[in-house]
Write a protein that binds this ligand. Structure first.
Ligand code: SAH
Length: 394
């Protein structure tokens, strides 16, 4: 195949030499021919020496690197990458048919496949492309995935309608690339839940909170728990198994509340400790009184871009201040930010300001992040996005 060759300006190869997987538009000197969006291109330094091969895209990130070796990007290439990702999950004990069949198989740059997400729910893979290159590769990826997973995989649902760059006008449709509905009950650490990849947010479940839910379970005994921004109730059923006295789940989406109720019923049928409310977070927190001594705040990304960072930090401060004002003395607050644009320090500062505003004594018990199946490529620190603090409030 004849790939377009993208030559960099002198000195602009430095970050690639340190294996950072993006080429920014400003680094480009010239192109041998104008590639189409999603094409595979080769990148060279200013003298024409090969550096890397990747997917071309129009925008500030112009090339997402697939390999620093001059290798064909074909079925075999994707198979090797998918197999390596599977092996890591298996070798760290994450995959277990009975106990945990929910995990992220591919986490973009963290698995050396920028622009691609694959989450596994029992026998179904939900695949999400964030770049035109991965969109065009979806069928070959689906084939590679079937070859790697064998009969552990019964269906592949492609869900990229809202994740591809709007300007590329790819008109992706959400559809099965292989199989069909293969049952939608999956298991996380022995707890069951319904996943709605057809209509639910993201790939249907927030796989990234597994370890943090496990930690919450350890602290839940005899506590009155508020799971704010509960979505499908992952933290709620962990709290119930941990022996919570009562668990209240709140989300502004009534669909999320329905799913949470279904999931609680699936694990703890008839258990009256749980109630769920479809309400706005700020309204609920203002009116809820002081009955809770364990609160989870896991809001959606307040900042999708750096330019709205200031507002986002105000949002985190306001939200956390409400929790600090209302939580019982001796209470524990699990507070998160999943905005990639908000740094660990920014987030901690917002929470610190909230604590001071509420005039509470607060200590950090744990600093949390994303789990091992959302690995961060050491050369791509931007891949670290989930931040959490567990706080003891006097
Ligand atoms: N904690 C969840 C994931 C949270 S995702 C889990 O473990 O799976 C963020 C959730 O916040 C979404 O379900 C969304 O519906 C909800 N949400 C967004 N804005 C909200 C608001 N103003 N008040 C309450 N919930 C809100």
């Amino acid at each position: 195949m004849n790939y377009a060759i993208i030559k960099l300006k002198p000195g602009k190869e430095e970050s690639l030499k340190r294996f950072h997987p993006w080429v920014f538009s400003g680094a480009i000197h010239s192109m041998s021919v104008q590639p189409e969006e999603g094409d595979i291109v080769k990148v060279t330094d200013s003298k024409g020496n090969f550096i890397a091969v990747g997917h071309y895209q129009i925008g500030s990130i112009t090339v997402r690197i697939l390999s620093f070796e001059d290798t064909p990007i074909d079925l075999e290439f994707y198979k090797v990458r998918l197999q390596a990702a599977y092996n890591v999950r298996q070798s760290i004990g994450l995959i277990d048919e009975e106990y945990n069949n929910t995990y992220r198989l591919i986490h973009g740059e963290g698995d050396y496949l920028p622009g691609l997400i694959i989450d596994i729910y029992d026998h179904t893979a939900v695949m999400q492309a964030h770049s035109p290159g991965m969109h065009y590769a979806r069928h070959i990826l689906a084939q590679a995935l079937q070859e790697v997973m064998g009969d552990r995989l019964k269906s592949i649902f492609y869900k990229s309608e809202t994740t591809l760059p709007y300007k590329a006008q790819l008109d992706a449709t959400n559809e099965y690339l292989y199989g069909g509905d293969a049952g939608n009950i999956a298991i996380e650490r022995g707890l069951k839940f319904h996943v709605d990849w057809l209509k639910g947010q993201k790939t249907g479940f927030f796989v990234d909170q597994r370890e943090n839910r496990a930690l919450l379970e350890r602290y839940a005994r005899n506590r009155s728990v508020l799971n704010m921004f509960c979505y499908t109730g992952g933290f709620s059923f962990a709290a119930m198994r941990g022996g919570a006295k009562l668990v209240h789940s709140v989300d502004s989406s009534s669909k999320a509340i329905d799913l949470t109720n279904k999931n609680v019923e699936l694990n703890f049928p008839g258990d009256t400790r749980h109630e769920a409310y479809a309400e706005d977070a700020f309204k609920y927190l203002e009116q809820m009184g002081d009955r809770y001594d364990l609160i989870v705040l896991d809001p959606p990304a307040f900042a999708k871009h750096r330019n709205v960072l200031h507002n986002a930090l105000q949002g985190y401060r306001k939200l956390n201040a409400l929790a600090f004002e209302k939580i019982q003395p001796g209470g524990i607050l699990f507070t998160f930010s999943c905005s990639q644009a908000v740094s660990k320090n920014d987030f901690r500062l917002a929470v610190f300001s909230a604590a001071a505003q509420a005039r509470r004594k607060v200590r950090i018990l744990h600093q949390l992040t994303q789990p091992a199946d959302h690995p961060v490529n050491i050369y791509h620190p931007e891949g670290e996005y989930l931040k959490g603090l567990v706080l003891y409030v006097e």
